[in-house]
Every structure is written in C-alpha cells, then in structure tokens.
Write a protein that binds this ligand. Sequence first.
Ligand SMILES: Nc1ncnc2c1ncn2[C@@H]1O[C@H](COP(=O)(O)OP(=O)(O)OP(=O)(O)O)[C@@H](O)[C@H]1O
Length: 316
Amino acid sequence: MAVIEARELRKDFTVRQRTGRLRRERRVVAAVDGIDLTVEAGEMVGYIGPNGAGKSTTLKMFTGVLFPSAGHVRVCGFEPVPQRVAMARRIGVVFGQRSQLWWDLPLADSFDLLRHIYRVPAADHAARLARCRRLLDLDSFLDQPVRQLSLGQRMRGELTAALLHGPSVLFLDEPTIGLDVVSKQAVREFLADLGAEGDTTLVLTTHDLADIERLCRRLVVVDHGRIVHDGTLDDLHSRYGSQRRVVVDLDEPTDPLDVPGALLEATESGGRRLTYALTGPPGPLLAALAGTGKLRDVAILEPEIEDVVAKLYSGG
Ligand SMILES: Nc1ncnc2c1ncn2[C@@H]1O[C@H](COP(=O)(O)OP(=O)(O)OP(=O)(O)O)[C@@H](O)[C@H]1O
C-alpha cells in the first residue's frame, strides 16, 4: 500500500531581490519543480541532494507545513494541509530546527502531555516509552528541563516524542546533524532497527554518508527541485561505474590471470600484490587465484559512497 503519493508536486517561492540602490525585483524560485513519488509502507527512503535542492520544502509539503503551489500529494490517504489534524495521528515528524517538546518542562512531562494530546492508551504509551528509554538511553536526563539538554539528548527526546503515538510514517529532516559520535550512532542504530521491523515507513533527508549507507534502502536524489535518481545504493554504484576491487597478496609473483569479470588494474611489490576491478561476482577470480597455490591474503574493497555521491551532485 502506498503511504505517500505525490504527482507533479510543485512549490514556488516569490523572492524580492535588490537590482539597484533602490530597486527591487520579484523573482520566482521553483523550490520543488514537479515531483512524482510513490513510497510504499515499510520502505526506508533517503531523500538526498545538494544544498538548496528542495528536500526540506518537499518534506514540509508532505507534513502539512506548506501548501503546494501545484500538483497533488496524499500521505496515509490524507491531503496534508487541509487534513493536517487527522494526518498528525498517522505521522511522526523530527525536524532539527523545530522542537515538539516543552522547553521549560522536564522531558518526561513532555512525553506525558503528548500522550494526552494524541489520546494514546496508557499501556501503548508505556510500552513505547519503555522501548525508547532502553534503546535511546534516556533515563539519565528524563527529569531535566528540555532547555538544559545537549543537542544529542534533545534529539533522542525528539525521536521518542515523534514515536509515542505509534505513527506509520516517520519524517526526519537531518536527524543526525550536529550530534556527537555517540549520539549519532545511537540515533542511527535506533532508526535502523525501527526500519528493519517494517511497521514504520521512514523518509529522511541527510547529508551524512553513513546515514545513507545504514538507513536508506532506497535513495531518491533531488537537484533543482527535480528527482534525478530513484533506486538503491547498488543502482547508484552501477550507474556511476563504481566497482568493487579485489586486492591479492601472493607468496611469489605469478603470470597474470585472465578471468572473465575481473580486470587487472595494478601490480605492486614486484608482482606480489595485484589489484583487480570486478565487473562480475568475485568467485571465478578467487578460484583462479586459489588454484595458483600462491595465495597469501585477499581483501575485497567496497566502492566508496563518497565518490558516487560527489559524482551525482556534480552532475555525473
Ligand atoms: N520560505 C522561503 N522563501 C523563499 N525561498 C525559499 C524558502 N524556503 C526555501 N526557499 C528556497 O527554495 C530552495 C530549496 O530550499 P530547501 O530548503 O527545500 O532546500 P534543501 O534541499 O532542504 O537544502 P539544504 O540541504 O541546504 O537544507 C532554495 O533555493 C531556498 O533558498
């Protein structure tokens, strides 16, 4: 079942620009320029792209914060702006800049207020909160006012707050930005587990390559308000020709092996270290190398996601 359906979705902003000492001109910026997107229940979608690509604007239209200039969008069957209140029960939102917690209250009190606002049955609330306390390690700061929390602690609180009513879709705008290494890891692993359970659809924007690798089974890449790629990370690697490499150490040099699906790229250490680029599965190459009787060590190197994303953002 589709939880998000967007067709020809657009958002234009009118900005006033100085064109002289006193003159200003109105200019229309197409922040989102005709997006078609379907997200099925249980997907983990990374919505990525360079700065200013239109990611946050799209998420704001999905969550009912902004009204589209044109096109059509449904989230959990709701039209986000007109049906925002009804939709709120089905979605969770974590936007770094916006807090859903009460600044002066202890974190635990915010969670309690949210239970009343969303009218969550006490047992469901208790079970979800217990899980978040355990997995996000909340106990040491549950009684502290939100304004005193570190960014990492607050983000763990925000995630909990977004999940206490049991939403079917969770939208996250840069969930790990600015966090220290430990909090980043905690948030990332929590989201990975949540996504793996399959009951919650995750849609997140991120510039963090480790988030992309760990959390995004599907990558939707936007640039200038349009989708320029939609597929898995593996699809991206094959589109940009990134290949796995096999680095082999031998006891003594051997004649070059001619194996289909493997291309000898480099020879070092007097022929004792060979690097192959794989265009097929590694099995035939490894079998041929083992057959020489000189194989000492082998390492398979995955392509670097940094390279792929850099190529993608620079237009390939
Ligand atoms: N309220 C606004 N008024 C005018 N222009 C806006 C407004 N919000 C966004 N824009 C413009 O729309 C474009 C897309 O912005 P958006 O914030 O959606 O990009 P983004 O992909 O989320 O970028 P980043 O990765 O930097 O957060 C940018 O050119 C931005 O300047």
